[in-house]
Design a protein around this ligand. Sequence first.
Ligand SMILES: *[C@@H]1O[C@H](CO)[C@@H](O)[C@H](O)[C@H]1NC(C)=O
Ligand SMILES: *[C@@H]1O[C@H](CO)[C@@H](O)[C@H](O)[C@H]1NC(C)=O
Length: 441
Amino acid sequence: MGSFGPSCSLGRECGSAGLKGPRLWNYGFWVGVLVLVLVCLVGGADSEVGHQRISGSAGDVLEDNPVGRLKVFIYDLPSKYNTDWLKKDPRCLTHMFAVEEYLHDFLVESPVRTLNPEDADWFYAPVYTTCDLTPNGLPLPFKSPRVMRSAISYISSHWPYWNRTEGADHFFVVPHDFAACFHYQEEKAIERGILPLLKRATLVQTFGQNHHVCLKEDSIVIPPYAPPERMQTRLTPPSTPRSIFAYFRGLFYDTGNDPEGGYYARGARAAIWENFKDNPLFDISTNHPGTYYEDMQRAIFCLCPLGWAPWSPRLVEGVIFGCIPVIIADDIVLPFADAIPWEKIGVFVAEKDVPVLDRILSTISPEDVLEKQRLLANPAMKQAMLFPRPAQPGDAFHQILNGLARKLPHDPSIFLKPGQSFLNWTEGPLGDLKPWGKDSL
Ligand SMILES: *[C@@H]1O[C@H](CO)[C@@H](O)[C@H](O)[C@H]1NC(C)=O
Ligand SMILES: *[C@@H]1O[C@H](CO)[C@@H](O)[C@H](O)[C@H]1NC(C)=O
């Protein structure tokens, strides 16, 4: 690790003390040269170079039109499962889980909607579990298993379609930190696992991490909700020089929820702060300035470390603002990963390598940086990260539909034979089996 190791604490001892000794002075000098070179080479990439096509493992599918490729039936649920929450506290329309509500609105108006369930390829039950907020506006997942069970009980007794497949042709939006595991702490989420009744359904979720009990392999991983208008009105000219090397604003420690440290971000954010707080390459702080969006447009790399969950809105912001996302979240599965070649666009740094993050970033060649910026500059790429209202072709709503369409036709084996059953209605923590609200299961 040499002078870049964690014990060096680059910030304090090495960075600002660039004049202390010849070796360290050299380091500071090269940092300066590097930033200058990158700013010159890379600053105006967006405006000067044509757009680069985007292709993922599913091919060049980002601009597919889902209309005509699938039909979705929307269950008409009692309002206590959805809009009553909104009336009680509309703040869930602005938090990063708001896709849950907006996807419902979108589907109601969409030409893929069918009113005839016999025609449907997919069934959708609009349940707003992330709209149950504390007085401070934080979504708490603790009632969600009971709400979901109640909703599934409702659809399985009012229509024949759930029992036909036990949910295998149904999808649910579960955007909580750890999706349908319904807990915001990873250990607890893992202990709970995915709500047993959802085990055959397709889950549309922000949470994505490979080899994790909270991610079913066939889930559709989506970006979190970040307000499109607010970002689009703050765009600066693409020729704005990128004079910040690496940028981050956010928490490094969450002492409220993690007083001993080490759980939050699995220590990765703490390591960023401890190693780079005084490093001149790193513009990092807990203070969210009014110029946050503009700053990202002046940065080459935007750090996207995990927090409580592997993902955060920084990924969306990085793409919109052409700032290369530096993803620090082991095994993360990024949104629409079969349509977007994230490995070509972002930089992936293992959580254990955070102490050498400066070296990793500063040895990426200017050509690679330019290539990543060209991919980020593709309007289809930006469109795929956003949930605009009204919806627009190629936006994240359409990517969700494309993802559902790519799963068709269903394998005939999802339709159960008489007497066949996979789900166990009495499985799961006892507290989750209690009826929810006024209904009795
Ligand atoms: C579906 O199955 C459950 C029990 O497994 C039953 O209570 C319910 O009535 C069935 N629904 C329909 C519509 O037949
Ligand atoms: C369903 O789950 C409960 C609780 O885990 C268990 O006691 C029961 O045996 C299971 N039923 C079946 C049919 O597997």
